[in-house]
Ligand binder design. Structure first.
Ligand SMILES: Cc1cc2nc3c(=O)[nH]c(=O)nc-3n(C[C@H](O)[C@H](O)[C@H](O)COP(=O)(O)OP(=O)(O)OC[C@H]3O[C@@H](n4cnc5c(N)ncnc54)[C@H](O)[C@@H]3O)c2cc1C
Length: 253
């Protein structure tokens, strides 16, 4: 089974190869709304970046109906396909296309292919996909980051621990930055959290959003999707430590 969504006279290439029930039902509803012209809640600068992507991109995402990390990927790529005719997306239920799964030796979902090659695995959103696609953006990022003034406290990592450290520092008026490969950390990978005292039950992505909102209440510079590659300690006491980022940029504190 396979069906495509498009608007009359539109050039959107968005297809579900499977029946998107289970966790993917929301993806279907969102895709229907967005193909129909309903605006996405994604940040305007991200939407702009998606619209400006040049090139030719055919994405295939393998999902399963019970996969909790799949809808984020399916929804991000569907939105990208809606916004940019250079981007095509097929969301494939691996259970119905076992031959493909075996041929590609897919061991986990979501598995994402771009133009026939493995692009990534696991949960990712528009910003992570863009960072992987748009290498020019990464170089521009590196330049911007390197131009930042030194921080008093620079936290590497944006999970609960990093978020707490940043809030504590910023509350004291200390100039604080957070560089995180993935703001939210492992919390993004879980659905049911039932041992966060005083909150009976919550979901990982919801808690991650709350963490970010809390950090943003303070004057903290969050630099998401930045992977630290090396720490170069200050050469003299009182000097600046340096974090070398994977994209070539560097931050000091
Ligand atoms: C599936 C799953 C379910 C879970 N369920 C629960 C639960 O129900 N209850 C519970 O209490 N705990 C649960 N946990 C554990 C909980 O999520 C972790 O204990 C918690 O997230 C740890 O927080 P942290 O900030 O120390 O590290 P992490 O959450 O691991 O965050 C690390 C941060 O550092 C970043 N980072 C790593 N390397 C680099 C680098 N080189 N450069 C820049 N940034 C980097 C990461 O991107 C991330 O932002 C679960 C974990 C998982 C995976």
């Amino acid at each position: 089974p396979s069906f495509a969504l498009n608007r009359i006279g539109g050039n959107i290439s968005l297809r579900f190869a499977g029946i998107p029930m289970g966790h993917e039902f929301t993806s279907l509803v969102l895709a229907l709304l967005q193909v129909g012209g309903h605006p996405s809640k994604t940040a305007p600068e991200v939407i702009e970046q998606i619209k400006n992507i040049e090139g030719d991109y055919t994405f295939e995402t393998y999902f399963s109906l019970s996969c909790q990390n799949c809808p984020d990927v399916v929804q991000a790529l569907n939105l990208m396909a809606v916004l940019n005719p250079n981007i095509r997306h097929v969301a494939i239920d691996g259970a119905l296309f076992q031959g493909e799964v075996e041929a590609r030796q897919i061991m986990s979902v979501p598995s994402i292919y771009l133009n026939g090659e493995l692009f990534g695995q696991g949960r990712m959103g528009e910003e992570e996909i863009l960072a992987k696609l748009d290498t020019g953006a990464s170089a521009r990022d590196a330049e911007k980051l390197s131009a930042k003034e030194a921080f008093d406290v620079l936290v590497v990592g944006g999970g609960p621990a990093g978020a707490a450290a940043a809030i504590y520092a910023a509350r004291k008026g200390i100039r604080t930055g957070v560089a995180a490969e993935r703001f939210g950390g492992q919390v993004l990978d879980t659905m049911a959290i039932e041992n966060f005292i005083s909150v009976n039950e919550t979901e990982g992505p919801k808690l991650a959003r709350a963490l970010e909102n809390h950090v943003r209440e303070y004057d903290v510079d969050i630099m998401n999707l930045q992977r630290a590659a090396a720490l170069i300690p200050a050469s003299a006491e009182g000097g600046l430590h340096e974090i070398k980022l994977e994209n070539g940029g560097s931050l000091k504190a």
